[in-house]
Each structure stands twice: as C-alpha cells, then as structure tokens.
Write a protein that binds this ligand. Structure first.
Ligand code: ADP
Ligand code: MG
Length: 247
C-alpha cells in the first residue's frame, strides 16, 4: 500500500523554487532516510508532505487524498525539527503530551480507559514511562523526541515523519534512538526520517532519498554508496568526514 505519493512537485517561498520537480512514493512498512545539504529543502518537503504547504505545481497524496486537504491528522506522527521551541512555554507533563495523541480519536471529549492504556503503552514502548509525570520542559532533547514519538504511537499513527530528531542528542542516546526506530519499523511502522548523519541513514534506513532542491538519488543504501549522488548533491560543501560506507 502506498502511503505517500509526490508527483512532479515544485514549491518555493519566493519565485525561486526550494523543491523542484520531485517525484517519489513511500509504501507501508518502508524506512526512508531523506538526506541533503543544509537549506536543500528537506524540511520544506516534509511540510509539503504533511499538507502544511501547498505545491506550486504537481500533486501530493497522503493515504490517497490530496495532502493539503487530508483530515485524518492522527495517522501521521510528525516530530518537527527543534520541537524544543514549541514546548518551552508549555507547563504540561510528559503523560499529558502523549495523551494528546488520543484527542483526534476522542473528538476532544472525555478521555477513557483505552486512551489511558494506549498512552501508558506508548510511554513504555519508547522507554520513558518513568518520566510520565515530569514536565515536558524538564526532559533532555532525546527524551523529548521519545515523548513526541510516544504521542504519535498513542494516536495510532501509520506513518512517522521525523525532521532531524537527533540534533542536540548525545551519541549514546542517538544509538538507542535508532534502535527504537528500527524496532518500531520492524513492528510495521512506516518511517520517513530526515537525518544529517549520512552514515546513520546508510546504516539504518532501507531506502535513501538524496535531495538538493531536486531529487539526486532514490534507492538502496548500497546503491547510494556506489553512486556519485553524494558528490553531485552536496557539491563542494561535502565534508569528507560525512562520507561513510554502509556498516
Ligand atoms: P533544509 O531543511 O534542507 O535545511 P529548508 O526546507 O528548511 O531546508 O529550507 C530550504 C530553503 O528555503 C532555504 O533556503 C531556506 O532559507 C528557505 N526557507 C525555509 N523556510 C522558509 C520560510 N518559512 N520562508 C521563506 N524561506 C524559507
Ligand atoms: Mg531542515
């Protein structure tokens, strides 16, 4: 089943396009890693996929519906880049954030036993049930990302969209974080991940999409490592240290 389709999509904030003629599909169960240099349009592309921008040209479908008209928001769990900014002022607990994932199901009405059970289960799955009563603002970056993933799980999302979730997370927690994503994917969750660490994408994702406004590559990590897509997409900006073979 195809969850997400982009067909010849272009978009710009001004006259010059930030996303140009991009076509790709994401099928249920896939783990897609989206890479590209800074400013290459990765976050914009994710927001387009979520219907938060409308393409200037082309077509985007989420679960078979135009993305910008899609209403079953809870089917997509979106962990935005730097979620810290959004939650700095929020005096709510981790459990409350995760329970918010249930709101589309409860119609913002009364929270029931099943809602609390799914919340507890999601907290356990991401390994932060011991932090349930802590303020979301008191978590480390990695713990907070887990809380947002738990919110998506509690909402029974079918697609997890993550924008550079490991920025500002310490190395040990990053490893554990990729283990969590791998486990969720093994259990059937479709993952679309933007990640600056190319090595991590080659190691963990089963498909690499490389973008610099235009699409430079879409295929397996092995094919990517054998191709010249990295040099072409990153040009002279590429740091040699980022050139990592699949492990
Ligand atoms: P990436 O996530 O790959 O770093 P972005 O999608 O954030 O790239 O940005 C792509 C380009 O679009 C950049 O040149 C950026 O400055 C510009 N841009 C991003 N967001 C906005 C916005 N809200 N308004 C105007 N320009 C933007
Ligand atoms: Mg970005």
């Amino acid at each position: 089943m195809t969850l997400l389709t982009l067909d010849d999509v272009s978009f710009g904030y001004t006259a010059s396009p930030v996303v140009k003629d991009v076509s790709l599909t994401v099928d249920a169960g896939e783990y897609v890693g989206l890479i590209g240099p800074n400013g290459s349009g990765k976050s914009t592309l994710l927001r387009l996929c979520l219907g938060l921008h409308t393409p200037d040209a082309g077509r985007i479908e989420l679960f078979g519906h135009p993305a910008d008209e899609f209403v079953d928001r809870e089917r997509v769990g979106y962990v935005a880049q730097d979620v810290t900014e959004n939650t700095k002022q929020m005096p709510i607990t981790v459990a409350e954030v995760v329970l918010m994932g249930r709101f589309p199901h409860t119609g913002f009405g009364r929270v029931g036993k099943r809602d609390r059970e799914l919340t507890q289960q999601a907290l356990e799955t991401v390994g932060i049930d011991h932090l349930a009563d802590r303020r979301i603002t008191k978590l480390s970056g990695g713990q907070r990302q887990r809380a947002y993933i738990a919110r998506a799980l509690a909402g029974e999302a079918d697609l997890l969209v993550l924008d550079e979730p490991t920025v500002g997370v310490d190395a040990e927690s990053v490893d554990a974080f990729f283990e969590l994503l791998a486990g969720l994917n093994a259990d059937g969750m479709t993952v679309l991940l933007v990640e600056h660490d190319i090595g991590a994408v080659l190691e963990h994702a089963d498909r690499v999409v490389c973008l610099n406004r235009e699409l430079y590559f879409d295929g397996s990590p092995t094919e990517f490592a054998d191709s010249d897509a990295l040099d072409r997409a990153y040009g002279t900006n590429v740091h040699r240290g980022e050139r990592v073979e699949p492990r």
